[in-house]
Design a protein around this ligand. Structure first.
Ligand code: PLP
Length: 370
């Protein structure tokens, strides 16, 4: 059996450090906020190359509260790629704004400057660019298009912790960068967690208030606005601080394994998502395209190889959001029937990659010829 994903290797690297720090935390009783959260926020801002990091409860809140911190809501449009996890779109609707769906590039499955421009309207205030699968979109193109349209850039970097675009880290290019630390992300907590990075002090300040019931700084029962409860807790901050020094090595391991996939897969029948020049990805997922994907996937499962699909339905066709769709998005729609995510995590072994490639090459060739 080769699992699609396995957290055990990462967990065991930090287990002792985390449990001993948790033990100390139990003595202080400081479970929400406090030094552990502050320390991680400083470490994460420094890692991303931004002035501030604001910890929140999860990645969806990171996006939703970022929109609110920028005053984006009712009557505003926000462009999102059709091919993303539904939370990107959900956050726009939670903020009271309308999502406008952009198509993606057929080779990278990421939004481009052109697809952004095609989706934008006169009411568009921002774009949420998603660095899907761990690779940053072409931020030169996106920035140029966004500044031409006069709109803000928010980065959904939930899958791209540590990825770079021309040596700038994910999250540091837009007005704000949003992260999820869901356990399965490249940097994952032992529960839900998230953060926003920004170099804009006004946004950072508003986020600090929004995540904590709209509190005025320093006033426990003074509420300057309507916020929510979306705080990062100290137990998770400790886990993230323990894992962060290992993130680069884990990302390097993912990159090496994907290099091996690229080398061994039969490009005639299994097409890997392209890398963009200028982008160094961290491969949250190893995504390929195959014909007759569902049959290929079922056959791999019979041979003991688990795979995933990210995502089976483009967001503009997902029931809850279909009402916001305005046009067909042919690239995202075609890709949805062909994409397949292969086993990938830092502690996956090279011989396991070899086995996946051997089986997938055989199965994909059979299905392509049938
Ligand atoms: C995981 C993810 C989110 C949401 O994060 P949660 O912490 O689960 O709320 C948002 N966008 C993308 C691209 C994601 O992969």
């Amino acid at each position: 059996m080769i699992p699609f994903f396995d957290l055990a290797g990462m967990t065991s690297e930090v287990r002792q450090q985390v449990t001993s720090r948790w033990d100390g935390l139990l003595d202080t009783g400081q479970f929400i906020g406090g030094v552990a959260v502050q320390a991680f926020e400083e470490e994460w801002a420094a890692f991303c190359g931004a002035r501030f990091a604001v910890g929140v409860a999860n990645g969806t809140d990171a996006l939703h509260l970022t929109l609110r911190s920028m005053g984006i809501g009712t009557g505003d449009d926000v462009v999102v790629p059709a091919n993303t996890f539904v939370a990107t779109v959900e956050a726009v609707v939670l903020a009271g704004a309308n999502p406008r769906f952009a198509d993606v590039d057929p080779d990278t499955l990421l939004m481009t400057g052109q697809t952004l421009k095609a989706a934008a309207t006169r009411s568009t205030r921002a774009v949420i660019v998603v660095h899907l699968f761990g690779q940053m979109a072409d931020m030169s193109e996106i920035s140029e298009a966004a500044s031409g349209l006069g709109i803000e850039i928010i980065e959904d970097a939930a899958q791209a912790q540590g990825a770079t675009w021309r040596s700038a880290r994910a999250g540091s290019i837009g007005r704000a960068g949003c992260f999820s630390f869901y356990p399965g992300k490249n940097l994952g907590a032992f529960g839900d967690a998230g953060a926003v990075v920004t170099s804009d002090p006004g946004i950072a300040e508003r986020l600090v208030s929004l995540r904590d019931h709209g509190r005025v700084l320093g006033g426990h029962y003074e509420h300057g606005g309507i916020g929510t409860n979306s705080r990062l807790d100290a137990m998770q901050a400790v886990v993230l601080s323990a894992k962060l020094p290992r993130l680069q090595a884990w990302n390097a391991s993912r990159r090496a394994l994907v290099g091996r996939y690229r080398e061994l897969l039969d490009a005639d029948v299994v097409r890997m998502v392209d890398e963009i020049e200028g982008a160094v990805g961290v491969f949250h997922l190893a995504v390929v395209r195959v014909r007759r994907r569902d049959e290929v996937r079922a056959e791999l499962a019979r041979r003991g190889i688990s795979t995933g699909i990210h995502y089976p339905t483009p967001c503009h066709l997902v029931g809850a959001y279909a009402g916001y769709a305005t046009t067909p998005l042919p690239v995202a729609e075609a890709a949805a029937g062909e994409i397949l995510s292969l086993p990938l995590y830092p502690h996956l072994r090279a011989d396991q990659v070899d086995e996946v490639c051997r089986e997938l090459n055989k199965v994909a060739r059979e299905k392509a010829q049938a």
